[in-house]
Design a protein around this ligand. Structure first.
Ligand code: SF4
Length: 887
């Protein structure tokens, strides 16, 4: 790395990898994994490694806007402050709300929470982390009396058994998954995956339990009942817990026969899992969105924790329940009280003593004394007019919330909406009265906390463009303008962090888990040099601990853990004759949230360049959906049209839809518009993984594939999806009726702006109704369009790459219309390994050359899978398919 490299942290998932980011004199950005960061020791996944490709300023929000017109910061902030103050004066503090994000840094989050709970006097601040891990928070607090993750990443390396529940760790937390696989190679760790889908994570599993959606509680109740026979740790239970008997009684209602009936699993597989758990003291159970995003999410968490408490397997090396968070700073948000039902520093809103500590520490005129509105209810309150002023920061609820179309309508109707974002055009910024330009990753200073309670610095290595400013500054300025100048007179994020640290220690004395008092007097230089550390970190002189609860010491009034009875409940909604399938939503390997950043990286867009749904082959046959055809996926809340990916990884009776696509990049693919608002009654987390649905073929008369140098205006087609390529854009298209003028369609896709009329090259096969058209400016391809009455067969990556080539002769130009590379020029195929840029055809060719090769050998030959490793499962599947074809 260059001398200018800056130590910072990845802004994507909760693994929290360290990054060395550098900027050369020509402005080029270099990104490398930080070998000294304890979370990743230099590893990065495809998303982290591609961060340098996401930093361009196109579509950045660079100046404050009021009603779409450029405004100065003072005018914009004055307006936000006056609209909030006006609403509070007329309707009271609960008439305003903040909806914030796990993307915010802890310092941003702290100031937002202080302003809302301490000065406005309402708890109406909630976060998109509500959609991610609120059930884990609720489960922790119910069992431990605090929101404590007891273990550390190292435990996955020290365990003999790792149980992954509702977690596609290989795609969603790839570096942690690679740590697990490396440990497995050394010590033979057994891996059990509990997930309805056969995800990439199953590739290395010793046992995959494809349980029926939403039945995890039944499986873990059965496990607790099984353990209750003879495998309890009576010493731990008696010394450190309460409530085993009621929990056991609830669990015993699930007999082995019932467990198999409810989960749909083979009894022998269930028995094998129970035996493995029972006989393996060093067991870690990792859980993520498949557990949390459920109307029984909190019970799922507690059913898992019950099994660990009952065996005393908690807080010891290689043992414990382990929640992995989706977002980079979900944990930091929890620490500052960024959820509507929490106070700052892991204190309780409903505890008068805690409220007093916080109010005295802040010196605030008031402090909220009751929970505020959680995310889904918050937007319902916006919709029915109870919320008069709303400030959204760093998130895109018009897409990511359940009932997303209702959320759009609520935003439309809200009297005042301010949005702080780095992007000018999102599906949410469209509803903003005031748009505030935020500093982006790489431009701001602060801290984040990863899933193992490790606090790391994010550091700036780029100047903020335009008038972009950090979110904490925006909040502090509004606080000052609302009359609280002294409380928000911060001169930088280091002062905010030190205040946050001091509050964590205030009145603590070991009664609360979150204590970073050791950093309460941090000065600017110390903040700049702050190395990653795990909490707790109480003031000097006290022994640091890496784990919690091996010797009890829970944060309940009697310092004992609480077993929670978790009677099994089915999901909130059931299939009907109209909606006989189950819709599951989730992540893709190379994308992040609503693609405002990862969508800028051509290599990250290469895995899936359009929205798709995974459909089991039997369902596809039953609903007449053909390979690569388009499918309408409908629920009672809405419909989307997406490409069908027919795969037996998906269980029969269920459809999987990625959560990432927005109306900015696709015609109709917003997953949130399909999902209802069924909530977990304890955590308020919505059930994003279980919605009754149906599918149907989309009746397309024509399909199209286009490439072009410029981003097309919104295509005139019933179906379209845009993805960036290295030098332009690719567009998938389809329509129910053929256009009259294909050249006009191509001209529109080309985005116009020609210096001179372009040369047009066309080929029409009237018999087969295939059109091929290309526009050239001299020897340069501007745009090309290929249409067909069936899904277009074309070497898509070759055509995207043709934007970089020179077409000197008429033969070369007509040759392009063949839609495949000329003889002698191999087609790498769709990019399968995003880190190394290896295409599917290259891997197939390597397999063809060595039919005995395994995924490792293919990696040695092509490089595929040797980066972050999260494509290895796909490579292994190609190898396996080849073996079976040759058998
Ligand atoms: Fe970023 Fe990937 Fe590390 Fe997650 S695993 S923090 S996305 S580099």
């Amino acid at each position: 790395m260059t001398a200018a490299a800056v130590r910072t942290t990845c802004p994507y998932c909760g693994v929290g990898c360290g990054i060395l980011a550098g900027r050369a004199t020509d402005g080029a950005v270099t990104i490398e994994g930080d070998t000294e960061h304890p979370a990743n020791s230099g590893r990065l996944c495809s998303k982290g490694a591609a961060l340098g490709e996401t930093l361009s300023l196109d579509d950045r929000l660079l100046h404050p806007l009021v009603d779409g017109e450029r405004a100065g910061w003072d005018a914009a902030l004055d307006l936000v402050a006056s609209r909030f103050s006006g609403a509070i004066e007329q309707y009271g503090p609960d008439s305003v709300a903040f909806y914030v994000s796990g993307q915010l840094l802890t310092e941003d989050y702290y100031v937002a929470n202080k302003l809302m709970k301490g000065y406005i006097g309402s708890a109406n601040i909630d976060t998109n982390s509500r959609l991610c891990m609120a059930s884990s928070v609720a489960g922790h607090r119910r069992a431990f009396g605090s929101d404590t993750v007891p273990g550390a990443y190292e435990d996955l390396e020290l365990a003999d058994l790792v149980v992954l529940v509702g977690s596609n760790l290989a795609w969603c937390h790839p570096v942690l998954y690679q740590r697990l696989l490396a440990a497995r190679d050394k010590r033979g760790t057994r891996i059990v995956v509990i997930d309805p889908r056969r995800t990439s994570t199953c590739e290395h599993a010793d046992l995959h339990l494809p349980l029926a959606s939403g039945t995890d509680v039944a499986l873990f109740n059965g496990l607790l009942a099984h353990l209750g026979g003879a495998s309890l740790d009576h010493g731990y239970i008696e010394a450190h817990t309460n409530g085993l008997q009621p929990a056991l009684e609830a669990a015993r209602k699930v007999t082995p026969v019932e467990a198999a009936r409810i989960t749909g699993l083979d009894r022998r597989d269930i028995a094998a899992f129970y035996k493995l758990f029972e006989t393996t003291p060093r067991t870690v159970t990792v859980y993520s969105q498949g557990v949390n995003q459920s109307s029984a999410g909190t019970d799922k968490v507690n059913a898992i924790i019950n099994c660990h408490l009952a065996t005393g397997r908690i807080g010891k090396p290689g043992m414990g329940p382990f929640s992995v968070t989706g977002q980079p700073n979900a944990m930091g948000g929890r620490e500052v009280g960024g959820l509507a039902n929490m106070l700052a520093a892991h204190m309780d809103l409903d505890n008068a003593g805690h409220r007093r500590i916080v109010q005295e520490f802040w010196g605030s005129p008031r402090v909220a004394d009751k929970p505020g509105l959680k995310a889904v209810d918050l937007f319902r309150a916006v919709g029915d007019g109870r919320i008069k002023a709303l400030w959204i920061m760093g998130t895109n609820p018009a897409d990511s919330m359940p009932e997303a179309d209702t959320v759009r309508a609520a935003l439309e109707a809200c009297p005042f909406v301010a949005v702080s974002d780095i992007v000018r055009h999102t599906d949410t910024t469209a509803y903003a009265h005031v748009l505030l330009p935020s500093a982006a990753w790489g431009e701001k200073e602060g801290t984040v906390t990863n899933s193992e309670r490790r606090i790391s610095r994010q550091r700036a290595f780029l100047p903020s463009p335009g008038e972009a400013r950090p979110d904490w500054w925006q909040l502090a300025e509004v606080g000052k303008r609302m009359g609280f100048a002294q409380a928000f007179a911060y001169d930088g994020p280091s002062g905010v962090f030190a205040e946050h640290a001091r509050l964590s220690a205030a009145g603590n004395n070991g009664t609360r888990d979150f204590d970073i008092g050791a950093y309460g007097s941090l000065n600017q230089a110390q903040y700049e040099g702050l190395a990653p550390f795990q909490w707790p970190a109480p003031a000097a002189g006290t022994v640091r601990q890496q784990r919690f609860f091996a010797q009890g010491g829970f944060f309940t009034p009697d310092r004992r853990a609480r077993f929670a009875p978790t009677p099994y409940r089915p999901p909130a909604t059931t299939t009907t004759t109209d909606y006989p399938l189950i819709l599951n939503t989730g992540r893709m390997r190379d994308q992040w949230h609503t693609m405002t950043r990862t969508g800028k990286s051509p290599r990250l867009m290469a895995q899936f360049g359009e929205p798709h749904a995974e459909i089991n082959p039997r369902d596809a046959a039953a609903y007449a959906i053909g390979p690569a055809g388009l499918a309408t996926v409908s629920t009672e809340h809405g419909s989307v049209v997406v490409r069908a990916l027919i795969t037996d990884r998906q269980p029969q009776g269920a459809v999987f839809l990625p959560m990432h696509w927005t109306a900015q990049l696709s015609s109709l693919a917003r997953a949130g518009s399909l999902v209802g608002g069924a909530l977990d009654p304890v955590s308020g987390q919505p059930e994003l993984k279980h919605t009754p649905a149906t599918i149907a073929p989309f009746a397309a008369d024509w399909y199209g594939y286009a490439v072009g140098r410029h981003r097309p205006a919104r295509p005139v087609a019933d179906y379209w999806a845009l993805a960036r390529t290295r030098n332009g854009w690719r567009t998938e298209l389809a329509g129910a009726k053929q256009p009259d003028d294909w050249q006009a369609v191509l001209q529109a896709l080309a985005g116009g702006g020609f210096d001179q009329p372009p040369d047009v090259v066309t080929f029409t096969d009237a018999g087969s109704r295939r059109q091929r058209l290309a526009l050239f400016n001299g020897n340069q391809l501007i745009a090309a369009l290929f249409t067909s009455p069936e899904p277009v067969q074309a070497a898509r990556d070759y055509l995207a790459g043709a934007l970089d080539q020179a077409f000197e002769t008429p033969q070369q130009r007509y040759g392009l219309l063949a839609a495949r590379p000329p003889v002698g020029q191999p087609d790498p195929g769709a990019c399968l390994c995003a880190c190394l840029g290896v295409g599917r055809n290259q891997i197939l060719a390597a397999i063809g050359r060595n039919r005995r090769a395994d995924a490792e050998a293919i990696g040695r030959e092509t490089g595929a899978g040797t980066g972050c490793g999260s494509c290895r499962a796909e490579i292994a599947a190609l190898v396996e398919a080849n073996l079976q074809a040759g058998a």
